[in-house]
Write a protein that binds this ligand. Structure first.
Ligand code: MG
Length: 249
């Protein structure tokens, strides 16, 4: 069990009101984390479309269509990924070579494992790509909730989304389910598909466009640069008495 010990301190960048939007009582912590641009330093879907698919002009056009409200993120991802026609092993090799994990990810994941804190990756991307960076064999305690992709070098890669909604994976639904069981949900993200999750979470760590969105909507959040800051925050929160929260490793 873990509970928020105190409100965000002023030194934490980007915090608004410090409202934790949750009951300040003993609650089990559940950490939810976006994948692309959050666990990885660069978005693998953007890399796929820009470098291995249709190219930057197409990606720029799709971005404008999303901003204009003419295309959902789900349809945008499908359109972009359909332009990839390379075999999966070749793409896997390139992605592993070009995309790095956030330098704080492994330590954060191990912090969760050592304290039996559930860690769930919520992604608008694909299991097949996530497995390249967070293989189940190495991180068996991490739950992954994502879409599927079927690499087709002839017709282009085909997306199979979990949900019919605008993001293809309704991240908010999973936070609400955890909250219904009494969990205190901390969400970490960076982008468009994270907005509803940020609106729902008890505490939010955000960067890039998600931080801008939180600022505009007066959603309290911690602005962060690397996941090491999330781990440090959790360690500090659970370090002081009364320590009835996270169990010691
Ligand atoms: Mg992201």
């Amino acid at each position: 069990m873990w509970r928020p010990r105190r409100q965000p301190s002023p030194r934490r960048r980007g915090s608004k009101s410090g409202n934790s939007r949750g009951k300040n009582t003993l609650q089990p912590l559940h950490l939810f984390c976006d994948f692309d641009g959050t666990i990885t330093q660069h978005d693998t879907l953007v890399y796929l479309a820009t470098r291995l698919g249709a190219g930057p002009d197409f990606v720029h056009h799709v971005g404008e269509e999303i901003r204009a409200g003419r295309l959902t993120l789900r349809d945008a991802i499908a359109a972009e990924i359909r332009t990839v026609r390379l075999p999966f092993p070749e793409v896997a090799r390139i992605l592993r070579q070009e995309i790095s994990l956030d330098p704080g990810f492994v330590a954060l994941a191990e912090w969760c494992r050592d304290r039996s804190v559930p860690l769930t990756i919520l992604s608008a991307g694909f299991h097949e790509i996530i497995e390249l960076f967070v293989p189940k064999a190495d991180f068996p305690w991490i739950e992954v909730i994502a879409n599927r992709v079927e690499p087709d070098p002839v017709a282009g890669w085909q997306c199979h989304f979990r949900d019919p909604g605008p993001y293809g994976n309704d991240k908010r639904k999973h936070l609400r389910r955890a909250q219904e069981t009494g969990a205190y949900c901390l969400f970490v993200g960076d982008g468009l598909s994270d907005r509803e999750a940020a609106e729902t979470a008890n505490r939010v760590f955000a960067k890039h466009s998600l931080a801008e969105y939180c600022r505009e909507r007066a959603i309290s959040f911690h602005e962060y640069a690397t996941l090491e800051e999330v781990r440090t925050f959790l360690a500090e929160e659970s370090a002081a008495p009364p320590l009835k929260g996270v169990s010691s490793p």
